[in-house]
Design a protein around this ligand. Structure first.
Ligand SMILES: [Zn+2]
Length: 377
């Protein structure tokens, strides 16, 4: 019997070779004009001088921009439609009459972005073809046998262009040796596992921080941006290696939802901590998906205070106890590492509340009526 395996979507991000930058920059200016047209038109329709207001959909915008391709040299109707669709989605999300303009120059310049439909990008020999222009990307070999979907070109802060391409990859379920693991995000950018493994992530900016401040002092903006990018890449790389290791080793992965209470207790950059955790969670989820493993999200409540042996709330709690890295339980006399103990509790939490799983929010995030229903279950 053949088991049908669902394919997963993975987004490849490939660097475009610099010879194509000039034409991409020019195309990005045209994309901005389409976006700004959509912004202006939607704002006028939402607050008309006369008549009933109307919230324009992507379909309406497509009708209004029909035939506009003759005013553009670099982008075709497919790109215009993709811009309209993206605009309509964002517009609906933020529920504001007007979104921010996409400026093409000056200090408020928007980073380049050119969306396209799958059919616009074609293979041609050793290069790719987009709207009549050939270009090449680094590591093109990974595109040789994949089927892609709608993607985009995007520019980073340094000014380099990247091709983001969602592709289908075959799911390949594997069996790991270990049953399950709990993961706890510590406050010092550390992830601890219930088996005592730790990821010390405080070194991303080591050596770089000094160089960044030096570059900024000398007014080398571009170099500073490069260094920031390097630190971000190191961080991402470390997280990739860590998540790969976890997915290969365990069948069930249990992570705590980041409690904002834990984050406000510290003066550390919340966004940085947040971004790292979110990135790790996303990586775990897609890698687990592809390898046929499960990721569960449980409430982090009391995971630091409870003893993972006897469940008594004897651990450190409160603001002044943040410095306590290790403690002895007064109930059973066991010695605990703060983060590993929390990770064990997170692993245990999944056993007692199987109703909270996958991508659903944990009980503490759901509206009251729903939370009480979950507790009863
Ligand atoms: Zn104990």
């Amino acid at each position: 019997m053949e088991v049908e395996i669902a394919n997963c979507i993975r987004t490849l991000r490939l660097k475009v070779k610099p010879e194509a930058y000039a034409s991409l920059n020019a195309a990005a200016v045209e994309v901005n004009r389409v976006w700004n047209f959509a912004n202006e038109t939607s704002a006028k329709a939402a607050r008309p001088f006369a008549g009933p207001p109307k919230w324009l959909s992507a379909y309406d915008l497509d009708k209004l921009t029909a035939g506009a391709t003759k005013y553009f040299e670099r982008i075709g109707s497919e790109t215009i439609q993709r811009v309209n669709a993206e605009f309509a989605t964002r517009h609906k999300q933020v529920k504001k009459t007007k979104l921010r303009w996409r400026s093409s120059r000056g200090s408020r310049r928007a980073l380049g972005w050119i969306p396209f439909k799958a059919v616009q990008l074609k293979r041609k020999g050793t290069s790719l073809r987009f709207s009549g222009k050939a270009f090449r990307v680094f590591e093109q070999a990974c595109l040789s046998e994949v089927k892609w979907k709608c993607g985009c070109f995007s520019q980073d802060a340094v000014g380099d262009w990247w091709l983001s391409l969602p592709v289908e990859v075959r799911a390949e379920p594997t069996v790991a040796q270990n049953e399950e693991v709990g993961l706890d995000l510590g406050l010092k950018n550390t992830v601890a596992t219930s088996d005592g493994d730790k990821l010390e992530a405080s070194n991303f900016y080591r050596n770089i921080e000094q160089k960044i401040s030096q570059a900024q002092r000398r007014g080398h903006k571009r170099q500073a941006k490069r260094l920031h990018r390097r630190a971000a890449r190191r961080r991402k790389d470390t997280l990739h290696k860590f998540s790969r290791k976890i997915v290969n080793r365990y069948q069930r992965i249990i992570v705590g939802d980041v409690s904002s209470a834990k984050l406000v207790k510290t003066r550390m950059a919340k966004s940085v901590l947040d971004a790292g955790w979110g990135m790790l969670k996303a990586q775990l989820q897609y890698k687990a998906n592809q390898a046929g493993k499960c990721v569960f999200i449980v409430s982090e409540r009391n995971t630091t205070r409870a003893c993972s042996n006897c469940r008594a709330l004897t651990g450190p709690a409160g603001l002044d106890m943040l410095a306590v890295r290790a403690w002895v339980c007064s109930g059973c006399g066991g010695t605990h590492d703060r983060d590993v103990n929390a990770a064990r509790n997170i692993r245990f939490a999944a056993r007692c509340s199987p109703s909270v799983s996958g991508n659903e929010p944990s009980p503490s995030d759901t509206p009251p009526s729903q939370a009480s229903r979950l507790r009863e279950a």
